[in-house]
Each structure stands twice: as C-alpha cells, then as structure tokens.
Design a protein around this ligand. Structure first.
Ligand SMILES: *Cc1c(COP(=O)(O)O)cnc(C)c1O
Length: 367
C-alpha cells in the first residue's frame, strides 16, 4: 500500500505564457542582439524544470548558471554548448567537469584561465571586470599569455549600476570597448535585464536578462513590457476569535483593539516570507486585502479576516507578488523576493499554460 502525502499548504503558480512573453519582449528590446537567459538559482527560485522548457520554446539558446551544481539539472533541457557557468572553475576538478560535460565556463581570473587550459581548454567565455570588482579579469591582465591561449566565444562584462542613471554605466562601457580590442573573441555581452534598457550601445551581440524574465522590473525603461510570472499562495490552517487585548505572534506586537476574527496562515521565514514584511504586508482573498497582524512567527503569520468573513481553514490566500510593489512593501529587493521562495511551495504551471503546452505536444505528435 502506498501512502500519498497530502497536498502542501503552499503553492507557487508559474505563468509560463508570461515568462515566454517576457523573454520575447526582452529579445525585441535587445535590438540587433539576441537575448540569453540567466537561469541560476533554480531560475531565481521558480524552478528550472518548469521555466527552462518555456524559455527554450520561446527561442532562448544561451543559458547561464552560477554554480557547477546547477549544470546537471539544466542539461535535462538544453545542450551543453548552450550552458555558461558564471562562477568559472576554481580548481582542476571543476575545470575537468566542464570539459567532460562540454559546458562553457566563464573564465574570471588568470588562475581560472590556466586551470581551463590545463584541463584541455576549448570554447569558453571570458569575464572582464570593468568596475563591479566582483569577478572578472582586470583590463591590465588581458595581455597575459594565458588569456591569448583561450578560445573565447563571448567576451563579457557586468554592470554594477544598470538599474540606476549612473555615470558608472558609460565608464564601464568605455572600459569594455577598450578590452574588446585586447582579446580575440567571437561575440560580446554586457547587459543584464536593466542593461537592456540602457540602449543599443549596451546590447552588443548577446544580452543576459535574469530578473525581468521572472517578472522583475529593475528600471523604468522596462516597465510596461514585463508581466508577472510567479503567484504564491498560502492556505489558512486555523481560524480563531480574538478578544480585545489578545496579542498576536512573537513579542506581542499586535494587540486586538476589539473582538476580531483572524486566520493563521502557513507561511514563514523558510518560505522567503521575512519579518520585514511586518505590519505593512497583506494577503488577498478574492481580491480583498487582509492585513498581516504582528510579526511573522517562524512558519506562520496571522491575518485579519474581517474583510473575508467566509474564509476558513484550507482556503487559499494570495500573497501579493507583483514584484515592484512587493519590494516596496517588504523592503526586500525583487531578487530576494524571488530567490527566497523556499522548497515547501508546490510549484506548478498555470492551468491554461499547461493545457496549451499539452495541446502543442499533441499537434506535434500528429504531424
Ligand atoms: C545574474 C546575472 C545576470 C542577470 O542579471 P539580472 O539583473 O537578473 O538581469 C547577468 N549576467 C551576470 C554575469 C549575472 O551574474
């Protein structure tokens, strides 16, 4: 006899139509460049297995992860030559792993350049640090002999302030142009999501959007082009009546001024719902806002059910996750809001998207 676990009390619905539309919009906004896709951190928390097929279907062919542990799950969906690994190899084992699988490391230092050549070399990408001082060779290192040996597919750099109107952007572009003259390479890439909106000079041959694919709006230039992709929901697991004077949650931050009906919801820190949401947060039930009461308390948060008198145990509440607004309410960045969504959410594709995908498969099978 098998015993199925009951369904979880957290779910995350992915609108893969919106995801595909966002990739196409970013590809169009990239002008003569093509858009790639940053799919690190499990597609910014949304799920590689749900998101990557939709990105492939939309037309994406250049995928980037950060860690070596993220390579194998991606190879279920895309060929190794389309995978770039942003952190690059820090030891011989990582370099040999890349070589064995046929994925492309992003070379970030002279040390990495030597490791890659010692492992047998082959096509790679090269990151130049033009001012973020995180990873990447400094421009002065580019004339090193170990760099000349590399077979560089994409010469890339990364902007520190693409989401701001900052003089750093033009300075980094100028440094990148100088670097291009020093290294032989086939293609160039400097723009992340926000960088795409900085205009044609920044688009180069390839853009590398991440956040905006998943519904993030990092700069005004992208507003109006990007649709929400991730829709988290949490179930009410208990309903109770508070008396005037009853306090709610750790440290008793909320005290009921009068009798009130409240719901305890199964959502907490491990799910990415941090205390910074505080008293400014709210959930929705059938569109009506339900304010949060007191502190998020580990795995639970309590909401005022005054606006939803019919809501009870097992009913789903929408967690408002239009990212620009959610960032304002929570004080978290749009990146943190996505990547923090924990493993207790049951992730699935929105029903109409899943039906369309199934129909497309049937059509393909018939022809
Ligand atoms: C994460 C990352 C991106 C994507 O950045 P977004 O701001 O999410 O669009 C692009 N390039 C590199 C090198 C990255 O690390």
């Amino acid at each position: 006899m098998t015993t199925q676990p009951p369904p979880p009390t957290l779910r995350l619905t992915i609108d893969t139509h919106a995801l595909a539309a966002n990739w196409r919009a970013l590809d169009t906004l990239s002008g003569s460049a093509r858009a790639g896709a940053a799919v690190k951190a499990n597609c910014y928390g949304l799920g590689v297995d749900l998101c990557v097929p939709a990105l492939v279907e939309a037309g994406a062919r250049d995928f980037f992860v950060a860690h070596w542990s993220e390579v194998a799950p991606l190879l279920d969906h895309v060929p190794p030559s389309q995978v770039g690994v942003l952190h690059g190899p820090i030891n011989a084992q990582e370099a040999h792993y890349a070589k064995a699988l046929g994925v492309r490391p992003v070379i970030n230092s002279l040390h990495q350049a030597r490791l890659w050549s010692e492992a047998g070399g082959g096509a790679c990408h090269l990151m130049v640090d033009t001012g973020i001082h995180r990873l990447g060779l400094t421009p002065s290192e580019l004339d090193d002999a170990s760099v000349a040996k590399l077979d560089v597919q994409v010469l890339m750099s990364h902007l520190s302030s693409a989401d701001e109107d900052s003089p750093a952007n033009a300075a980094q572009l100028a440094a990148f142009r100088a670097a291009r003259a020093m290294v032989s390479h086939r293609e160039t890439s400097i723009a992340n999501s926000a960088g795409i909106a900085l205009g044609a000079d920044f688009q180069c041959d390839l853009t590398r959007p991440g956040l905006a694919l998943y519904g993030g709006v990092p700069s005004a230039g992208l507003a109006g082009h990007i649709r929400q992709v991730a829709y988290p929901q949490a179930a009410i697991i208990h309903v109770r009546e508070l008396k005037a004077g009853d306090a709610v949650g750790y440290n008793r931050e909320f005290t009921a001024p009068a009798p009130m009906r409240v719901g305890t919801v199964s959502l907490g820190y491990a799910d990415g719902f941090l205390r910074s949401w505080g008293a400014r947060g709210y959930f929705r039930h059938k569109g009506r806002p339900l304010p949060l009461l007191g502190k998020v308390s580990m795995d639970m948060v309590v909401v005022d059910l005054a606006e939803a008198p019919e809501a009870g145990v097992g009913d789903w509440l929408d967690v408002p996750y239009y990212l620009p607004d959610a960032a304002q309410h929570s004080g978290l960045s749009q990146y943190e809001l996505l990547t923090g969504l924990g493993h207790r959410f049951e992730r699935s594709i929105a029903l109409d998207c899943a039906e369309d995908a199934a129909n497309a498969k049937d059509d393909a099978a018939q022809h």
